[in-house]
Design a protein around this ligand. Structure first.
Ligand code: IMP
Length: 428
């Protein structure tokens, strides 16, 4: 499949990193196309655990070209720290990492804006951002006049650009934070970012041109989605979403590649659901069931270490996001986490104001009132982490997967029963 996309179909943290890492050997190029260091991808390589937030998970294979495309927002300090960390652990990061000169740059004021605005937030419930300045950076990108792209860091006008932006930002923050705000100095920010620019220079390129040539040449490209489709800025549970198109529809604007070149979409789901931050979550189990899932699945944020909210598999939501993302098939992750339960629930429909529906509501207030209607299935209560083929899974586990496939309307292609590459079952 020349151009494949791996995309999360829930609220992020679906263990996409493992699948991307597994698939990269079949690809020449791996591309991150949206989001920023709010994403946290865990990859187990050579028995060691690596946490990536900006660099594509293909970096562990030296012959794969990794691309951070223009739709990503970049905190250069974080990116450099990630490069240094990988290099220090023996992973080569040289010309095999390419970064778009169109990518927008995160500055200290973006992180500050995240902190100041999130605490004032919407309808009594915070979005609960990752505080990485992602939303404010995208906001400036759309606003245009206060935005800086990576390519700008190498231009003569950069110093003047910083001065103009800081004039506006210092006034804005003085109004928002009063005496709490210490004015940022344009000279210091300029010097800091110029030194980042020099470190990143060998990697910076016009990735749009590169990727267009690659798709036209039928190169094998893997697009690595960050977060999950329910956090998509346009199609997710707005406003409790991230600031980019984190569903499958984001590949095209983020990478600059026409959608017609995408030949396969693999939708990633957990065998249950999790969510970090605020917003409605119909199948949430804020009880001992949720706690058991959290403990067994180590459901704490990769980036922020926040405990994740946990609940049963929501087939209404997954069906919606599988359709939205154009998923051809599913990878069901962390199935082993459910092995302890005598019975399992799957949400097959919602009841909203007395009306049963299998459509995912477009307004968050309707989703908030949605009562999940469950189907109960027998659990398997057996160790499955050693299973390597469908036949080695207990009958109840196979039935659980088959029911998910039926409800979501997509076949299950892969199943993960543990963090290691080997702990993966190909279903067909
Ligand atoms: P932001 O992307 O930092 O602005 O956060 C907006 C919302 O998206 C918050 O609820 C975050 O918890 C959530 N979020 C952002 N990135 C991720 C991720 O990689 N995994 C899970 N949730 C995320």
């Amino acid at each position: 499949m020349p151009a494949t996309c791996v995309v999360g179909l829930q609220w992020g943290d679906e263990a996409k990193g493992k699948i991307v890492d597994l698939l990269t050997e079949q690809f020449d190029i791996v591309v991150r196309y949206q989001g920023g260091a709010n994403a946290g991808h865990t990859v187990v390589f050579g028995g060691e655990k690596f946490k990536l937030s900006l660099i594509p998970s293909g970096i562990f294979r030296p012959d794969v070209q990794c691309v951070i495309a223009g739709g990503v927002v970049i905190n250069p300090a974080t990116l450099i720290a990630e490069i240094d960390h990988l290099t220090g652990r023996g992973i080569r990061v040289e010309r095999n990492l390419m970064i778009s000169d169109r990518a927008h740059v995160i500055f200290p004021w973006h992180v500050e804006e995240d902190r100041l605005l999130d605490r004032q937030c919407s309808a009594g419930e915070n979005i609960g951002t990752t505080m990485r300045g992602i939303g404010p950076c995208y906001r400036d990108k759309v606003g245009r006049s206060l935005a800086v792209r990576l390519g700008d860091l190498y231009r003569d006008r950069f110093r003047e650009q910083i001065e103009q932006i800081l004039d506006a930002k210092n006034q804005l923050f003085a109004a928002l934070a009063g005496s709490e705000w210490t004015k940022l100095d344009a000279g210091a920010v300029y010097d800091e970012y110029r030194s980042y620019a020099e470190r990143l220079r060998p990697h910076v390129a016009d990735t749009t041109a590169y990727l267009l040539s690659a798709v036209e040449a039928d190169d094998r490209i893997l697009f690595e989605g960050a977060q999950g489709a329910l956090l998509d800025i346009d199609h997710g549970t707005f406003p409790f979403v991230t600031s980019s198109n984190s569903s499958g529809v984001g590949v095209s604007p983020g990478a600059g590649v026409p959608a017609r070149y995408l030949t396969k979409v693999l939708g990633i789901v957990k065998a249950y659901c999790t969510r970090v931050g605020g917003g409605p979550f119909p199948t949430e189990q804020d009880n001992e069931i949720g706690q058991l899932i959290r403990d067994r699945g180590n459901e704490y944020g990769t980036v922020t270490r926040r405990p994740r909210r946990c609940g049963w598999f929501d087939a209404v939501a997954a069906r919606y996001t599988a359709r939205l993302s154009g998923a051809d098939s599913l990878a069901v992750m962390l199935l082993d986490v459910l092995s302890t339960f005598p019975e399992l629930k799957i949400c097959t429909a919602y009841e909203i104001d007395g009306r049963r529906t299998t459509d995912f509501p477009s307004h968050v207030d309707d989703l908030r009132r949605a009562v999940p209607l469950y189907e109960t299935m027998p659990g398997w209560q057996a160790e499955i982490t050693g299973a390597r083929s469908p036949g080695e899974l207990p009958q109840a586990a196979r039935e659980y997967l088959a029911r998910i496939a039926q409800l979501v309307g997509r076949p299950v292609e892969l199943v993960s029963v543990g963090p290691d590459r080997q702990q993966t079952i190909r279903m067909a």
